[in-house]
Ligand binder design. Sequence first.
Ligand code: FAD
Ligand code: FES
Length: 430
Amino acid sequence: MTSFELVSFIFAAAFLQVTTFGMLAFYRHWQVYQEVKRSLYGFDQRLAAEPVYKESLPISIPDKQPTWIGSRKFQVAKKEYEDASQSICSFHLVPTDGDPLPNFKPGQFLTFELPVRNPVSKELKKVIRCYSLSDRPGLDHYRVSIKRSVPPTEPPNLPAGLGSNYFHDNVDVGDFLDVRSPGGHFFMEASNQPAVLIAGGIGITPMLSMLNTYLQSKSSREIWLFYGVRNSTEHAMKRHLEALAKEHSNFRLYICYSKPLPEDSFGSDYQHKGYAGITLLRLTLPLKLFQFYICGPRQMMESIVPSLEKWGVPDESIHYEAFGPASLAKTKPRKPIATDEQTDAEPITVTFSKSGKSISWDESSGSLLELAERNGVEVESGCRAGGCGGCQTTIEAGEIDYTQEPDFDPDPGSCLLCISRPKRNLTLIA
Ligand SMILES: Cc1cc2nc3c(=O)[nH]c(=O)nc-3n(C[C@H](O)[C@H](O)[C@H](O)COP(=O)(O)OP(=O)(O)OC[C@H]3O[C@@H](n4cnc5c(N)ncnc54)[C@H](O)[C@@H]3O)c2cc1C
Ligand code: FES
């Protein structure tokens, strides 16, 4: 072999070695990249092909739930505080007619008609408020857990929340309440698909019903709960949740304190310092096809729901409900109902005859309830999702379209403002 041939051979061998290592390194990086991409942006084909989850609900709930029409009298059988600061109080309710209680879907709410005295005018008026059922169906009573709504600090001297304070201050054991039947579209679907519940503050109530329904009936469904509160003073049902986590290996509890107190113990009182947000979910959850259920204050909902969508969670796997005003709908809107007449481009005027206000409406105005509230027209509301009748208002002239099928049957000649938009010029008695 000449020296030229020897040098060429050495170069060729070195080149081959470098190329092989390069290709191997590229292949490994490509694999890691694909894995990271999958975990960041969602759920790949391999996951999509995972088993079909069989329907199973631990208790029997007929498709068409047996309910009562209008309001039914209930008596308060028990009243107990659920947090250290005594801001959340549970009320156990039994029907006075002695008839059986219809089952409900875990996550649904009750609607109350409360005789509340206006703190300023001292007039008695009927206030309609919705409260989630916070225990499982199938018991001899219903339970709701209500947080006292305190006035905002700014501007000063605003009245405290009417409904919640009425419950805390005026409703005692033995008292009677007018209650409309369970309803709502935010509930845990009958399935054994792994589920992630994300609750902020009092948004824990529907989750308690979901947890108690599945865990206390020995379902093997994998359930995670991320529950965000400020610190131990606001931590509701602490001992109950800890007992569930201890007893059920299929339940993973993540308590998040955003402002823990010095005496709050990391690891035992809470598992995460900060918010129950998307970063925590992405770092904690295994890669699986979960159903997500979210309920909490406005800021939390407005951050988590879009983040889950961006993460690639399919729309049909995200279920949410907001208790306070939120730019997200109160519950995820169901399919809008088809109308034979389209709203044309002509300007539409909505007149609220009692308040003497005429306001122009366009597609960006939202529901008639939102339009009224934005313009200082006094209107009642409850669920804001067509389920409680709280916003029922008489139509003086004109016509409306519903954006979704109402669950509450409004009186003839009236409409539910929260899910209505005008078809043409409209006059409402409000
Ligand atoms: C489906 C559903 C389920 C729910 N489940 C629960 C539940 O399980 N538990 C629960 O505690 N809540 C729940 N809620 C919320 C509940 O229905 C009430 O909205 C909540 O109790 C507040 O009602 P309120 O009558 O006490 O306060 P409101 O009288 O409605 O007042 C609300 C807040 O506004 C303040 N305020 C008063 N006047 C003004 C003003 N002029 N300007 C600005 N602010 C003012 C009040 O001080 C108060 O903080 C649920 C809501 C829905 C829609
Ligand atoms: S607010 Fe409940 S139906 Fe409109």
